[in-house]
Design a protein. Structure first.
Length: 192
């Protein structure tokens, strides 16, 4: 499937968003979860900048997909080495986006498959639930787990997150491409 993908807006301040299209999905996750690598893998082109320093995405980036819908790359949350002032600005930007962007249909929440969900991941889940924004869990860095560990880790994560509800899980690897096809199919259900 050939897609025309282009960056149409980079929002650093609240409310500075592009006009609504047919559909809109967003990608959220901790600063070091591999969000940019995943977006690049899914769309087969370098749309998002990757960096060895977590927290590269400091704005809300709106990518138009076939001029029909937006794929939205949100700033990472968690341990990015930025000032408290900058983190506060990100939090306000995210809050404004989540509460005021009514065209948002689904959030793909990225969690590192190797670890139990962190405090910030749980906070994001509770926040999305409170705002009644639907989301799907994407477990990244699958290639860094031995095959024998994968199910065990998945069960631990599912058990932890089942306290907050039942979710769809997509284990993926941006490096090997494992699980990307299934995730892509899910994404395109919303990008119409």
């Amino acid at each position: 499937m050939s897609n025309k993908i282009e960056l149409v807006k980079t929002a650093y301040i609240k409310g500075d968003y592009p006009p609504v299209l047919n559909s809109e999905i967003a990608f959220a996750g901790r600063s070091n979860v591999g969000k940019s690598s995943l977006l690049n893998k899914i769309f087969g082109i370098k749309i998002a900048k990757t960096s060895s320093n977590p927290g590269k995405t400091r704005s809300i980036n709106f990518y138009s997909v076939n001029n029909k819908g937006y794929l939205v790359d949100l700033p990472g949350y968690g341990f990015a080495s930025v000032s408290k002032e900058e983190k506060k600005k990100w939090a306000q930007l995210l809050e404004d986006y989540f509460t005021n962007r009514f065209s948002l249909q689904m959030v793909f929440l990225l969690i590192d498959h190797r670890h139990e969900p962190q405090k910030k991941d749980i906070e994001m889940i509770q926040w999305l639930r409170q705002l009644e924004i639907p989301f799907i869990i994407v477990l990244t860095k699958l290639d860094k787990l031995k095959k024998s560990e994968r199910n065990k880790k998945l069960k631990i994560i599912q058990t932890e997150l089942s306290k907050y509800g039942e979710y769809l899980y997509f284990p993926v690897s941006s490096k090997t491409g494992e699980g990307i096809g299934l995730l892509k199919s899910e994404i395109y259900k919303y990008l119409k």
